[in-house]
Design a protein around this ligand. Structure first.
Ligand SMILES: NC(=O)c1ccc[n+]([C@@H]2O[C@H](COP(=O)([O-])OP(=O)(O)OC[C@H]3O[C@@H](n4cnc5c(N)ncnc54)[C@H](OP(=O)(O)O)[C@@H]3O)[C@@H](O)[C@H]2O)c1
Length: 264
């Protein structure tokens, strides 16, 4: 696979690392571009990696083009590359937040495969939950995007109309889960652990809980039933959290984020 990443900032950099470290497919060429390439000099030593400021050149020498610039930079990039994009050759993957497939189609030749991807910051540790949607032609090439992003975590194909919801649950979701982990740490400190121990306990219990669900396929309540002894301390604590609005405040926060993202 010949891949170009246009805009190697935080996200583009993580994708580049993931793509090079995976073993699921062979990367023949990886073209990395940004306007100031000084931060990418260490990549030049790698035999199959090319660094450039020339987006057109990167597209010409690639089959898969991942665009990872800021939303206000997208139009400039699309205008720059539109003449060298060929529908029979290229698959365009955009990770640009809030920019619709229809908008990207407006710049590129008719029939170009376009896939929109919404990863989260856990992509830098290969654990991103990435949602994908595509136009008609992109659907035919969706396996390509799944292969790339499955090497950087997990993917789910969704309808594009759910992209804003996915952004709240998965991208903003990182912040929500961080706050829950921090709150658990604060409780653990009050119960006698030092700050480092408290965070360790909170992080790994969170990881364990998610792993239990992933590996068993169980519903969370099935796992809760296993740890709530009748009249025990777990159900007493859990019910108190619900009396204080745990589930309700989380759901309200998600809905508020969603309402906000639709105004932006
Ligand atoms: N960070 C995340 O976890 C995350 C998650 C989901 C979606 N996203 C979306 O992914 C996109 C990138 O996010 P980010 O955090 O990686 O942003 P970022 O760090 O600002 O990276 C954008 C990069 O694009 C480069 N760039 C700007 N104009 C360019 C051009 N004309 N040609 C080539 N490169 C250009 C910039 O470098 P130069 O200034 O040197 O050109 C910069 O390194 C955004 O749209 C964001 O909303 C990010």
């Amino acid at each position: 696979m010949k891949i170009a990443i246009i805009g190697v900032g935080n996200l583009g950099y993580s994708i580049a690392i993931g793509v090079l470290s995976q073993k699921d497919f062979k990367v023949k060429n990886l073209y990395l571009t940004k306007r100031d390439i000084s931060s990418l000099s260490s990549w030049e030593k790698l035999p199959n990696v090319k660094i450039s400021t020339e987006n057109k050149k990167a597209v010409r020498y690639s089959d898969v083009v991942i665009i990872a610039v800021q939303p206000n930079q997208l139009q400039t990039v699309l205008n720059e590359i539109k003449d060298v994009v060929h529908p029979k050759k290229h698959t365009i993957i955009s990770v640009v937040t809030g920019r619709k497939i229809e908008e990207i189609e407006g710049f590129l030749p008719a029939g170009t495969a376009i896939i929109r991807a919404m990863p989260n910051t856990a992509i830098s540790v290969g654990k991103s939950m990435t949602c994908l949607s595509a136009n008609q032609k992109g659907t035919e090439n969706i396996e390509l995007a799944k292969t790339i992003f499955n090497s950087l975590g997990k993917t789910l194909c969704i309808e594009e109309k759910l992209m804003q919801s996915a952004t709240v649950i998965c991208a903003s979701g990182i912040a929500f889960w961080m706050r829950l982990i921090r709150a658990t740490s604060q409780g653990a400190i009050q119960l006698g652990f030092d700050a480092k121990e408290a965070q360790e306990l909170a992080m790994h219990t969170c990881l364990g809980a998610a792993s239990l669900l992933i590996q068993s396929g169980n519903h969370p309540e099935q796992e809760i039933d296993k740890v709530t002894t009748p009249s025990g301390c777990t159900i007493e604590g859990l019910n108190e959290m619900e009396h204080q609005g745990l589930s309700s405040s989380l759901i309200k926060g998600l809905i508020t984020s969603f309402e906000k993202i639709n105004q932006i």
